[in-house]
Design a protein around this ligand. Structure first.
Ligand code: HAM
Length: 416
């Protein structure tokens, strides 16, 4: 029996992978401009990190983690998200001791055992950033602006930004009681998920797809904010307005991870079945201390790359193809073929993407290969040309053919 990939995973084949390279290149370039530096952390961490960091009562920790015991009897978990690992590395490597803010980014696979549906995978990829060391709401705005720029620059249209304040743990404790007061009378009529969430994490009830329409009259967390939270939120809105980032306030926005304080935000777009969230993030002022570090605040985001690529495809965006062979070398005859090897190496060392035939095929078949590669040029070397020290260079767009000196081949290609 032939093997198949595990459910919820994907192979990205040549032809599709260039889209990923393009999207990743945009992400890296934006991080360069916003002064975020790349961090690479392990693909798995001690399970306890996610329990403490992401939260015991979240869906992720309760039912979605790939957890296993290694041969040394440690409980390890494939990373379900990037923030906990980045913050663990920040603490372990004492990056907080540096005078400047720590601004990190990562691009890589994450793992969650989720029900499969369009836009939801078990191995998926995130572009994430984390900025640690400041409480200034201007930094929240910078992170939101970074994600907004990413979607704009990959060419996604109609991405909306929704923001909310989820307050501090103290604010949430008060709001929780108010919300339960509203929900309790309807408990028996709510879906099973809502009922379970009422006991464990009532704020998440507002997020329910089935019952959401019944919560129009539910209390808003924005009415429960204390002075500090309100000021932070107002200031964030001013910064976003000043930066020309359009946004809407959604007081129902609650994120699926427990570490958020103050700002929570999501990027939304239509086009992937039932799913409309393409990325999200927020501030997490307690997380660093929660996992054993100093009392340092942070804010960050995670953008789903599968969803980004899927939306780009559904919007019919023309993506820059980063794989382009420029010239196909055809050698006819034994001596010419030997020379082809030398020429090919020379072109490649000059930075020109070049290819040749290795299957002993006739000229016609080789020209077909050149067509399939959509090269700009074919260079054809026969024994006659070789004796004259020349090669025929054909411009595939115009059909025009010229003879150039063998030594001048790279310059002729570069110069055109
Ligand atoms: P999250 O909302 O859990 O946040 O995930 C961020 C994004 O990852 C989602 O908006 C979605 O695009 C993508 N994503 C999540 N699960 C899947 C899946 N099963 N299949 C495909 N894509 C998925 C976080 O992970 C936080 N660490 C973000 C953050 C960073 N907050 C602060 N800093």
């Amino acid at each position: 029996m032939a093997f198949q990939k595990p459910p919820g995973t994907q192979d990205f084949l040549p032809g599709a992978v260039e889209k990923w390279q393009f999207v990743e290149r945009v992400a890296r370039d934006i991080c360069r401009r916003f002064n975020f530096r790349e961090i690479r952390t392990p693909m798995f961490e001690m399970t306890e990190l996610y329990k403490r960091g992401v939260g015991e009562t979240t869906d992720i920790v309760e039912k979605e983690m790939y957890t296993f015991t290694d041969r040394g009897d440690r409980s390890l978990t494939l990373r379900p998200e990037g923030t906990a690992g980045a913050v663990r590395a920040y603490v372990e490597n004492k990056l907080y001791g540096e005078p400047d803010l720590t601004k990190l980014y990562y691009i890589g696979p994450m793992f969650r055992y989720e029900r499969q549906q369009a836009g939801r995978y078990r191995q998926f990829h995130q572009f994430g950033v984390e900025a640690l060391g400041a409480v200034d709401p201007a930094l929240d705005a910078e992170v939101i602006a970074l994600g907004y720029a990413f979607y704009a620059e990959v060419g996604l249209k109609d991405v909306r930004v929704e923001i909310n304040s989820v307050g501090t743990p103290a604010v949430r404790a008060v709001f929780r009681e108010k919300l339960l007061g509203f929900l309790e009378p309807m408990r028996d009529t709510l879906c099973k998920d809502c009922q379970a969430r009422m006991d464990r994490n009532p704020l998440r009830v507002l997020d329910c797809k089935t019952d959401q329409h019944r919560f129009a009259e539910a209390p808003s967390i924005l009415d429960s904010l204390d002075e500090e939270c309100r000021t932070h939120f107002e200031s964030l809105k001013q910064h976003l307005t000043g930066m020309n980032i359009p946004f809407t306030v959604n007081p129902r926005l609650v994120r699926g991870l427990d570490y958020y304080t103050h700002t929570a935000f999501e990027y939304k777009a239509e086009g992937i079945g039932a799913i409309d969230t393409v990325g999200g993030g927020g501030r997490y002022n307690g997380l660093v201390a929660d996992i054993g570090g100093p009392d340092q605040p942070g804010v960050g985001l995670g953008l789903g790359l599968e969803r980004t690529v899927m939306l780009l495809e559904s919007q019919g965006a023309e993506l820059e193809n980063l794989h382009q062979v420029e010239v196909y070398l055809v050698g006819l005859g034994e001596a010419a073929e030997r020379e082809t090897t030398r020429l090919l190496q020379g072109l490649r060392m000059r930075g020109i993407a070049a290819e040749r035939d290795y299957q002993g095929r006739k000229m016609k078949a080789q020209m077909k290969s050149a067509d399939r590669l959509r090269v700009r040029f074919t260079a054809i070397l026969g024994d006659d040309e070789l004796q004259r020290g020349e090669i025929a260079l054909k411009n595939m767009a115009t059909g025009e053919q010229t003879f150039v000196a063998l030594d001048a081949l790279a310059d002729a290609i570069r110069g055109s």
